[in-house]
Design a protein around this ligand. Structure first.
Ligand SMILES: [Zn+2]
Length: 553
């Protein structure tokens, strides 16, 4: 007799096999049988529903939130059962007490996390990566969690303030490498970094990892090779070439995840060139994937904190400014001319590319402006679009809310990326950019939009992309597959309705700070290690997630 039997479901095994009808049984925290007419103490009737392994969200930034919210809201409700934290190199650990303020200010700038929320929310019961992992294990979480060792924090730990200013010396590189090795031995899932110009920290200074030269990256990825485990994850700037990354993959023998491959309508072939280069590397027996998103990248923003523009070189003079100095800069014709000039130059990767017909006014005191595009409004006013947007914002004390559809809005192109043999569905950024966008429901969007509505992937392909594929890549043991003996991480959903709901603003962060959240549609149950966390009235007595420390080599 099994503890639980989910009966007559359409079973998607997460490995890409053809779906079949049947029962799945759970005993304790494991899948105990798959078959027909299985006996169970508790029965969940699932006729007409699909059952797959729980979603593995491989690109989250829950490092801070998890210290005050072990429920990792909103991911569990959206079908996620395992979260990989610490992407892009932006972790909390390691961190000396004297650097906490610096780390929080950097996270506020680079990942759009409210400084007030971080200050009142983060529990600093750690200094090293092993201590951080121990704290996560003591505290528990609703989801299984795997954590990267993050380059920017490692660099700050070793170099202090100089981490954002210069190259590292050989001694400093040696010290960083020791920390990465120590983190891997303690159970980090890999090493993450960023060379992206979109990643700026406090005062507009580049995030520390961006100051690393090739020698430093080679040494730190080499730590993965020496340890014989772990994934190398980076968010790539245009100057970081795929052949260099392939050399790191070849030397270390470790898998490399290259982010963020988002489709840019003004430079439409760029991501396909990257994917083709990764494919060629894989033909040479490297393990490299391009992290792609199945969601259009849209951001809500105000000019108080316009992440949309902050990666532009021409915006840099405005980054460190505040108050009147900042407003004067936004009004400066020379500044505006430089921004305009940059936007017409082709770029390898740029969030905003001058597509003013994709920028809308969302909240404004001016009558008739809301829900209309900057392109239209500027045209009617006989003004340049950048001038129009900045003048409007300045006139409203920078409180005007805009929404920009930035990247990944060409559905034919995104469909090709999602089917590409060298792509990994990723980039939810859950836990970050909390007031700009929320793609934590990316998995439901893949199942609803790209499978049911667009028929770009079959259900079994989508399930594999969300579970079996990342589990194998990250070496996550016993998860991402429906098979007897595997951990009972499960998502039960209605394939006829599954979708992510509309985003909405809530004020439930520490210090009542706002964030965007999204509701699930068509999710009937989520189990983590055999414990139901979604779809039953009773909240589980204990947090069922585990800190993952053992990974396949
Ligand atoms: Zn990220």
């Amino acid at each position: 007799m099994h503890d639980l039997v989910i009966r007559n479901a359409l079973l998607l095994d997460g490995l890409g096999s053809a779906p079949r009808h049947g029962d799945l049984a759970v005993s304790g925290d494991r899948i105990s049988a798959i078959g027909n007419s299985l006996p169970g103490k508790q029965i969940v009737e699932a006729e007409g529903l699909a059952l797959m392994p729980g979603i593995i969200d491989n690109h989250t930034h829950y490092d801070a939130q998890i210290t005050w919210d072990p429920w990792l809201s909103p991911s569990p409700a959206l079908g996620v059962t395992t979260a990989v934290i610490g992407n892009c190199g932006f972790t909390l650990a390691p961190c000396r007490p004297g650097d906490r303020e610096r780390i929080m200010r950097n996270l506020t700038q680079v990942e759009g996390m409210s400084l007030e929320a971080l200050k009142s929310g983060i529990r600093w019961d750690f200094e090293s990566v092993p201590q951080y992992l121990d704290m996560l294990e003591r505290q528990g979480a609703a989801l299984n969690v795997a954590a990267f060792a993050g380059h920017s924090s490692v660099r700050t730990y070793v170099m202090g303030e100089a981490a954002t200013e210069r190259r590292a010396t050989d001694d400093e590189i040696g010290a960083m490498k020791e920390i990465v090795l120590e983190a891997l031995r303690a159970g980090a899932v890999g090493f993450s970094t960023s060379t992206s110009p979109a990643h700026n920290g406090a005062g507009g200074k580049p995030m520390p990892s961006r100051l690393a030269d090739e020698k430093e990256l080679r040494a730190l990825v080499g730590a993965l090779g020496e340890a014989g485990r772990g994934v190398f994850m980076l968010t790539k700037g245009g100057h970081t070439a795929v052949p260099f990354l392939e050399s790191l993959a070849a030397e270390s023998g470790r898998p490399v995840v290259v982010a963020a491959l988002l489709h840019n309508s003004t430079n439409p072939d760029s991501v396909f060139r990257d994917l083709a280069a990764l494919q060629e590397a894989n033909d040479r027996r490297r393990k490299m994937v391009g992290a792609v998103s199945c969601c259009p990248l849209a951001m809500d923003f105000t000019l108080h904190s316009p992440y949309t523009f902050e990666g532009l070189d021409s915006w840099r003079p405005a980054l460190p400014l505040q108050g009147d100095d900042y407003s004067r800069k936004l009004a400066d014709p020379g500044f505006r001319a430089a921004v305009r000039a940059e936007l017409v130059r082709p770029a390898h990767f740029r969030l905003f590319n001058g597509e003013w017909d994709k920028v809308q006014v969302i909240e404004s005191r001016h009558k008739g402006f809301e829900q209309r595009t900057i392109a239209r409004l500027a045209h009617e006013a006989g003004q340049d679009p950048l001038d129009f947007m900045l003048d409007l914002a300045l006139d409203e004390g920078l409180d005007t809310v805009f929404s920009a559809l930035l990247l990944n809005s060409d559905e034919a192109a995104v469909g090709r990326m999602l089917r590409h043999p060298s792509s990994l569905v990723s980039l939810s950024d859950a836990g970050a950019h909390l007031t700009f966008f929320n793609d934590a429901g990316f998995g439901l969007h893949l199942l609803g939009h790209w499978t049911r509505e667009r028929d770009v992937l079959s259900l079994e392909e989508a399930a594999w992309r969300l579970t079996g594929q990342p589990a194998k890549l990250f070496g996550i043991r016993g998860r991402g597959a429906l098979r007897p003996g595997a951990w009972a991480d499960l998502l039960l959903f209605d394939p006829a309705t599954v979708a992510r709901g509309a985003k909405r603003r809530v004020y439930d962060l520490p210090a009542c700070q706002p964030r965007l959240t999204a509701e699930a549609i068509g999710v009937r149950g989520v189990w983590v290690n055999g414990t139901r966390i979604v779809g039953s009235d009773a909240r589980p007595k204990r947090l069922p997630g585990r800190l993952l420390r053992e990974f396949d080599a």
